[in-house]
Every structure is written in structure tokens, then in C-alpha cells.
Design a binder for this molecule. Structure first.
Ligand SMILES: Cc1cc2nc3c(=O)[nH]c(=O)nc-3n(C[C@H](O)[C@H](O)[C@H](O)COP(=O)(O)OP(=O)(O)OC[C@H]3O[C@@H](n4cnc5c(N)ncnc54)[C@H](O)[C@@H]3O)c2cc1C
Ligand code: SF4
Length: 446
């Protein structure tokens, strides 16, 4: 039997200890001050800046870049936090190549945008490392708001409500706050316990208490909350996972990619985390990329991502796809799972249908192929893990209007669990913040 990456089956300790450290190090090491100056100097400070329009939280990007250039990183951080109190995390995880940096005029002119995300990280790191707080609470309003979910949507909502003087209680099912910032985002994008440091930074404004291990639908109901609080915000994300709908999907070795990533994010010793020698990841989004890349970084010998449509239809950005390829992940298109092949209950391979489009419909061609593997990760999308507790659903999500208001009086929703978003951290922040403004108008009767 082989050792290290050649160990058959699902095994831990495939790499030497120091390899885990280098494999999971910061993906983009932060700018030094002089690098930030040089990069900030590339900005044209455009009028009606397209980068700002492309940002879901509408950060005044030219202003904060100018503040960096004038050696005022704290001013830059304040500009960022005014719009996005989780600007530190967004600087690390936003697909900037699809948002602000794609819109940057220097991208159009020379294919080299201003590195807005890196500059945002530089400014927010300065403020957070110094513990500088920019916002104070208004006089107490006497109103109490309950929030379900301490992810980006819930935290952004809580901070804005607290600024307006309301008292906030956040309930979260997990042992730690942060949502997918703590349990989902790839390890190498948010090192050094940044997610928890950010939760502490956001809640330092005061007036926000977080109760972990409290599950809506189990420990309390929505009507309990509407009875006890003046308003409720639902920001519970998408806790369920779509099924593969392939024979053998219950076999030993077929795992949910989101659970694998959550375990990885909480691991104290990455060397103790088991991973297959040959891994297949089913899906074409960010979760699939993260599961594939991190399997490779844990020492899997072969990692193949399979997606049922073409490269252009993958929801993972071009940058993410390139990152996966650079880490040695093989991405294959137009393949859909047909059957998980097992021996004595364990995965030994996966049979896949070749797919094609027939008048816009995805159909199997009739030809199949097989990939030998000992672990299969499902990463084909998440679903709402509740029946909505009385709020109206639409397309499997909580239906909200432009202000985040649900069908129920006193109840708002935002982030991944609500209709309209694009399942990004930054969008969840924007929706949480905007719902808080709507709740504040409601509580103040205007
Ligand atoms: C693996 C993975 C990688 C990702 N990578 C990126 C990335 O690099 N960049 C990016 O922009 N986006 C990324 N995303 C998407 C991003 O993480 C989400 O869009 C974002 O976290 C949504 O925020 P949210 O607050 O709506 O929900 P979540 O972050 O999911 O938080 C919801 C919270 O609600 C709690 N909760 C759920 N049900 C209950 C209940 N019944 N009672 C009480 N609490 C409950 C959960 O424990 C959780 O803490 C990724 C997603 C995944 C799955
Ligand atoms: S589009 Fe680019 S150059 Fe113009 S303000 Fe934004 S970052 Fe600066």
C-alpha cells in the first residue's frame, strides 16, 4: 500500500506538516504601505466611477483610493465601512474580477484594472488592527429586533440597526457566529481567524447580543419572535443541499462539499483531515472550486471537477477556474453523474453521461465515461432548510420586496435565503444593511 499522496482510499496525513502550512497560506498576501501608494496612484479618480456602480454595496471607491494616496488609510477605511461594515471580508472574498475591477476603466484600456480589492484590504486592515471604531449608537430607541443568522446579512443588518439605537439579538444555529465567512469561505482566503475578528469588530459598536446554538424551528418559532420583538430579520442562508439524483449517491465516500469545507475551516490540524486519493467534485460554482482546490491542497493525487454544461456557463469566475487549474485540478465539461460505482459499499468510481444542448434543453447524448475515484463531493447548489414558517416562498427562497420586506408584517429577510440576490458575501451585506434601513423607518413610523 502506498504512502502519502499514494495512499489508496480516503486517508489523513498525505503531506508533510510544513506543506499544509504553505499550501493553505494567504492567497493574496497584503500590500505593504508603499505598494498601496503605487497602486492607488494608478487610479484616474473617475467621475461617475464605473467601479462604484459595479459594487453591490456602492462603496465610494475613487474617494477611498484618494484617501490612501494622501496617506489617510483610516479615512479610507471609514469611507469603506460607511457602506459595507464587512469591507474587510469582502476585500478578501469578493470576485472583484466580475464586479468593480471588471468595470475599472484601466481594465478596458489595458487589461490591468486598479487592484481595488487589495487596496480595500489594506485600508480596512489598518483600521481593524488598530481597533479604530468609526460609528456610534444613536440614543436608545426602546425598540428590540431579532435576527436569525449571524452570517454577513445578519451581521450587517445588526450593525446598522444598532447605529440607529435599536437593541438587537442574533440567534444562530452554529456554535460560532460568522455564517459562511466562518464555515464556508476557502481557508486560504481568510486566514488568521479573520472571520471571528471581524464579528468582534462589527459587534463592538454595542447593543448587539449573539446567542449561538439556537435554531429557528427547533428552539423557537417565528411567531415566538414576532410576539417578543418589534421586528424580525431572517438571514439564515441556505442550509440544505441538492441531491445528485444518481444511483449509489448514499455510498460511503459520497460527501457534501459544504460539510467538507466547514470541517476543514474548523480543523485545528489539517494533517488529521482525511481526503481521497482520487477525488471527483460535481458542480460548476464557487463551492465546487473550493472543494476541489482544497482537496488538492490536502494532498489528493488526482482531483477532477465535472460540470454538466460548458466553461462559459460555470458560475465560478474565470479567476476561480484558473486558480483551480493552476493548483492541478482537472476541469471537465458536458458531463453529468449517472451512477456512483461501489465495491463493498465504498466508492470506487463514477459513471457520467456526456451531455449536449438540444434546442436549449440539456440532454444526455447516450455516450458515457467512467472516472476512477474514492471520494465524490456534491457541490450542486444549496437550498433553504426551512419551510419558511409562514412567510411566502418563491422559487425556493423567501420572497421579499425591494426593501427586503417579506409577506409577513414585522418580518424582513436578506442574503442567500431571500429572493433577488446572487449568493455573494457582498450582496448579503448590502441586503442586510438595506433591510435595517427599512426596519428603522418602520420602527420610527416613517
Ligand atoms: C463553500 C462556499 C464558498 C463561498 N465562497 C465565496 C467567495 O469566495 N466569495 C463570495 O462572495 N461568496 C462566497 N460564497 C457565498 C457566500 O458565502 C454567501 O453568499 C454568504 O455567506 C451569504 O450570507 P448570509 O448571511 O445570507 O448566509 P450565511 O453566511 O449562510 O449565514 C447564515 C447563518 O444562519 C444560520 N442559520 C441557518 N439556519 C438557521 C436556523 N434555522 N436557526 C438559526 N440560525 C440559522 C447559519 O448557522 C449561518 O450562521 C461561498 C459560499 C460557499 C457555500
Ligand atoms: S474605474 Fe478604475 S480608475 Fe476609475 S475610479 Fe474606479 S478604480 Fe479608479
Amino acid at each position: 500500500m502506498g504512502e502519502g499522496i499514494l495512499k489508496d482510499g480516503i486517508a489523513a496525513g498525505r503531506l508533510a506538516e510544513n506543506q499544509y502550512v504553505s499550501n493553505f497560506a494567504d492567497l493574496h498576501p497584503p500590500f505593504e504601505a508603499h505598494e498601496a501608494f503605487v497602486e492607488a496612484d494608478r487610479c484616474y479618480f473617475c467621475y461617475d466611477a464605473p467601479c462604484q456602480t459595479a459594487c453591490p454595496t456602492s462603496i465610494d471607491i475613487p474617494l477611498f483610493i484618494r484617501e490612501i494616496l494622501t496617506d489617510n488609510p483610516l479615512g479610507a477605511a471609514e469611507t469603506i465601512f460607511q457602506q459595507n461594515i464587512l469591507g474587510g471580508m469582502c476585500a478578501r472574498v469578493c470576485p472583484t474580477e466580475q464586479l468593480c475591477e471588471e468595470a475599472c476603466v484601466r481594465e478596458a484600456a489595458e487589461g490591468k484594472p486598479v487592484k481595488i480589492g487589495m487596496l480595500q484590504r489594506y485600508a480596512t486592515d489598518v483600521a481593524m488592527n488598530q481597533g479604530v471604531q468609526f460609528f456610534e449608537r444613536a440614543a436608545p430607541s426602546g425598540k428590540r429586533v431579532a435576527i436569525v443568522g449571524a452570517g454577513p446579512a445578519g451581521l450587517a443588518c445588526a450593525h446598522r440597526l444598532s447605529m440607529h439605537g435599536h437593541e438587537v439579538t442574533i440567534y444562530d444555529a452554529r456554535p460560532k457566529a460568522g455564517g459562511l465567512n466562518e464555515y464556508g469561505i476557502a481557508f486560504y482566503k481568510t486566514i488568521d481567524n479573520f472571520a471571528q475578528r471581524e464579528v468582534d469588530y462589527v459587534t463592538a459598536i454595542g447593543g448587539i447580543s449573539i446567542e449561538t446554538g439556537k435554531i429557528l424551528g427547533e428552539h423557537f418559532s417565528l411567531s415566538d419572535l414576532t410576539g417578543k420583538f418589534d421586528a424580525v430579520f431572517l438571514g439564515m442562508g441556505l442550509g440544505g443541499v441538492n441531491a445528485l439524483r444518481a444511483d449509489g449517491e448514499d455510498a460511503d465516500g459520497v460527501d457534501n462539499a459544504v460539510d467538507f469545507i466547514a470541517t476543514l475551516r474548523q480543523a485545528e490540524d489539517l494533517g488529521a483531515l482525511p481526503v481521497g486519493r482520487r477525488v471527483v467534485v460535481i458542480g460548476g460554482g464557487m463551492t465546487a472550486i473550493d472543494a476541489a482546490v482544497q482537496s488538492k491542497l490536502l494532498g489528493a493525487e488526482e482531483v477532477t471537477m465535472v460540470y454538466r454544461r460548458g466553461k462559459e456557463q460555470m458560475s465560478a469566475s474565470g479567476f476561480e477556474q484558473d486558480l483551480a487549474a493552476a493548483k492541478g485540478v482537472n476541469i471537465r465539461h458536458w458531463l453529468a453523474p449517472k451512477r456512483v460505482i461501489t465495491n463493498a459499499g465504498k466508492v470506487t468510481g463514477i459513471e457520467l453521461d456526456y451531455m449536449r444542448l438540444d434546442a436549449e434543453r440539456l440532454v444526455a447524448t447516450g455516450e458515457t465515461t467512467t472516472i476512477a475515484c474514492d471520494q465524490v463531493f456534491k457541490a450542486i447548489g444549496q437550498t433553504l432548510a426551512t419551510d419558511g414558517e409562514g412567510v411566502r416562498l418563491s422559487g425556493g427562497k423567501i420572497e421579499v420586496d425591494d426593501e427586503g420586506h417579506t409577506s409577513m408584517a414585522k418580518v424582513w429577510a436578506g442574503g442567500d435565503c431571500a429572493t433577488g440576490g446572487d449568493d455573494l458575501t457582498v450582496t448579503a451585506v448590502a441586503e442586510g444593511r438595506d433591510a435595517a434601513e427599512s426596519i428603522n423607518r418602520f420602527l420610527r413610523g416613517n
